[in-house]
Design a protein around this ligand. Structure first.
Ligand SMILES: [Zn+2]
Ligand SMILES: [Zn+2]
Length: 164
């Protein structure tokens, strides 16, 4: 991959194949970053990420994966890392569906975690197997991010729900 690409920290990038917003992954060497599929998609994605600027597609909710993105949040670029291990930058701009945005607005990462156990548990067997561990790992990311949010805008690609 060409590391001089402007995609990454500043502008959100989406996968041209599946339309999901990509995350930036920093290996432990701290030098070469690359874009990866979001973790909620699980380990078995049938294609490599094909990054394009997010303006190409509407993307999906960065919290639960819902295709109905209505809001974009701006906050801190949360980086999770363990000593000696790879770190992961989650990016400063998160897209959200309407239900997930409600939890961000109410500063309620715990409630968001309960929602995600239901939504993601339906598609991700690892979440079903250990919902408590899933909630704890989400909280490490979502709590500081939600507290850091300073701006919320309606996605320019949001379409009105046919069913309201
Ligand atoms: Zn993809
Ligand atoms: Zn959502």
């Amino acid at each position: 991959m060409d590391d001089t690409t402007p995609l990454g920290d500043e502008s959100p990038a989406a996968c041209n194949i599946c339309g999901n917003v990509l995350d930036t992954y920093y290996p432990a060497d701290g030098i070469s970053s690359r874009l990866i599929h979001p973790l909620w998609m699980g380990e078995h994605v049938d294609h490599e990420p094909d990054p394009v600027p997010m303006t190409v597609g509407a993307g999906s909710c960065d919290f639960c994966g819902d295709k109905q993105v209505v809001w974009w949040f701006y906050g801190a670029n949360i980086i999770t890392a363990s000593p000696g291990e790879d770190s992961h930058a989650w990016g400063p701009i998160w897209s959200a569906c309407d239900p997930c945005a409600g939890y961000v607005d109410r500063l309620d990462p715990q409630g968001l975690g309960r929602r995600l156990v239901k939504v993601m548990g339906a598609i991700n067997p690892r979440v079903r197997a250990d919902p408590r561990a899933a909630r704890e790992s989400w909280l490490l990311i979502h709590e500081p991010y939600i507290k850091s949010v300073y701006k919320k805008v309606r996605s320019p690609y949001a379409t009105d729900h046919p069913n309201g």
